[in-house]
Write a protein that binds this ligand. Sequence first.
Ligand code: 3HC
Length: 312
Amino acid sequence: MDEKQLEAGFQAKVDAEQKIEPKDWMPADYRKNLVRQISQHAHSEIVGMLPEGNWITRAPNLRRKTVLLAKVQDEAGHGLYLYSAAESLGAARADLNDQLLTGKAKYSSIFNYPTLTWADIGAVGWLVDGAAIMNQVMLCRTSYGPYARAMVRICKEESFHQRQGYEIMCVLAKGTPEQREMAQDALDRWWWPSLMMFGPSDANSPHSAQSMKWKIKRQSNDELRQTFIDRTVPQADFLGLRIPDDKLKWNEATKHYDWGEIDWTEFNEILKGNGPCNKERLEARNKAHDEGRWVREAALAHAAKQAKKQAA
Ligand code: 3HC
């Protein structure tokens, strides 16, 4: 079959809700788009460990410490699943890692904000993992098989992440005045950056149209963002905390919340590497990579020795 016929056959499979598997024929751009998105998703998981890891040694008690340890370890596992999904498309993990370490590849803008107080750990679990779940539940239905299957497992763990964060916020919001204030301060700082996680507005999203046609994306950036807002505002009401958006108001006619406007300049500055923690995050990842060199070398040497023994 010629390229046109192959493309038609591929699109028919996608339209018939058949999963595309690694060995199936796929347009080069489908593969390229998926390696881009999946690898950046994986980078987000790995870099996402840093802001929370910052509080493991300072958690207020042993229970909080063990829960946070478990969450951060989960994120590492999510990253490894996603790198494996990217490898099933022919991408080399070393190349993907290099793209992150040299600043060529993106990771989610949200991880370039500092975690200043313990309440931030609550807000990150509640809002950041809450936003990630919106997006990742949708990705359980993505057309690429290995990505969709990785999402099913990740979403199960993500809901524990969101719940533990919201529980921290409940305890603080119902605690002493200082604790309430700390919770409100965290919500003030994490609300708008969490909305940016869903990406640019649909009108400014270069990948969305094609990703929707190939069913990589099943809902648009703005649609998911609106669902997140509609679900999260009542949770903030329950906490008795105020969402930092004067334009936020329930619209009975649309059955959605009307809300203000994201500061896209801030978003674009972060994507350019000019966020509060961009430099620190890349330095931390490069330091970890350098310090881990001996482990990689030892593992490769052992594998080579084993292979030689088997060949003999
Ligand atoms: N941060 C950084 N870059 C972003 C971004 C964000 N919040 N939103 C969009 N971008 C980038 C895109 O990567 C793309 O740049 P590129 O062409 O260099 O890759 C550009 O902005 C245009 O955006 P589009 O909307 O056109 O791009 P996509 O169609 O890829 O949509 C997305 C963006 C919705 C983030 C999509 O890539 C996606 O669903 N990714 C998978 C989910 C993901 O990565 N989530 C990040 C958080 S993971 C997480 O939070 C872990 C949890 O455990 C805490």
